[in-house]
Write a protein that binds this ligand. Sequence first.
Ligand SMILES: C[S@@+](CC[C@H](N)C(=O)[O-])C[C@H]1O[C@@H](n2cnc3c(N)ncnc32)[C@H](O)[C@@H]1O
Length: 397
Amino acid sequence: MSQVIIRKKAPSNYRLFAICPGGLDQILKKEVEALSAPILDVYPGGVEFEGNLELAYRACLSLRTASRVLLMLQESKKIFQPDDLYAAVKLVDWPRVFSPNCTFAVYFTETQKKGRRENVNTQYWALKAKDAIADRFMERYAERPNVDRADPDITVRLHLHDQILKIYLDLSGNSLHERGYRVEVGEAPIKENLAAGLLLLAGWDVAAKEKTPLLDPFCGSGTLLIEAALIATNTAPGLLRHRFGFFSWRDHQPKLFERVSEELKAKRILDPAELPMIFGSDASLDMIRISEKNCERAGMAEFIKLTQARFEETEAFQRKGLIVTNPPYGVRLDEAEALVAVYQAMGSTLKHKYKGWTCGVITSEPKLLHAIALKPSKKWVLHNGGLESIYSLLQMY
Ligand SMILES: C[S@@+](CC[C@H](N)C(=O)[O-])C[C@H]1O[C@@H](n2cnc3c(N)ncnc32)[C@H](O)[C@@H]1O
């Protein structure tokens, strides 16, 4: 039999968990601190913190590196087998969380299997949780909400670690990296929240205030440029979204959400005279056209200049600046081999034409980083989708 520890739903003090790509937890922690939220814990893939409803809205709208913000509904221990999970999930007053007219989806993950009595697959645990939610509704209304995994109104996330089950309501709905501005992409686009993380790791938030120029010479669909402009203009990335997971939550307060959104909108810096220059270039004219469209959609076009150019043919236009970029990378070894020349040319261009600049470059292949032939001053291992990548800062003296 499971044992409930706490029902985390004192409206003034929720327990919240923001998830981020692996390796960005310290940057996410700083972002959470900037919201003045008390931090409870930091994990390799996220930050746990406390806050009221207003703070939860602020987190969903403002956190640039988060992919999700979850709200803890209940924590239960001694969860050994699916029946324990069923009993624990059924204890949550689900009809208080959402209406039976909403659709829902349940996701289950676990990080340790210590002491587990039964060896069952995670799909089955998720199915048991779904049954528990449906049965709780049946007891109250004699009807149950439908499951919709493709586009649910409500997403419930369960995490089991050492027999402790955490039951969360996903406040984000679709992943927060989906800001909504990127309708067209090229090859291997970087996720928006990872792009924001690369910029913040390179110190772009500070550099932008000092009006240091920024360049992405392999800009593709413009993700890094748009995220750079969002940071420079102090635009909360969630302001571009039209939907969040909490819209169908019974405790959602639309007026409060609107007030928080309006407050954040008022904090934007939109006078070009106060902003740094942001430049993007790419060898492909098609990619420049796609970038233009995405910059427009993000409302950032007037702050970003785009040109078609091969990086080797460009020169620094100021004595000092920041490059943050995601050059082409090969997943397979033969693809990586073919790219060595591109990285050698990149290294030589940086060394000879961009003296005084700093360059943050992400690549999945150590061999390619080596081909740049510049010693990184700092390095991080980050998760780019399914790929472990190296993000390096290079100083050109
Ligand atoms: C991995 S993609 C960049 C993706 C981008 N960060 C995004 O989110 O869409 C690499 C880009 O480098 C461009 N490229 C390849 N070789 C180049 C070169 N020598 N100079 C400039 N751009 C180049 C490609 O056209 C491609 O758009």
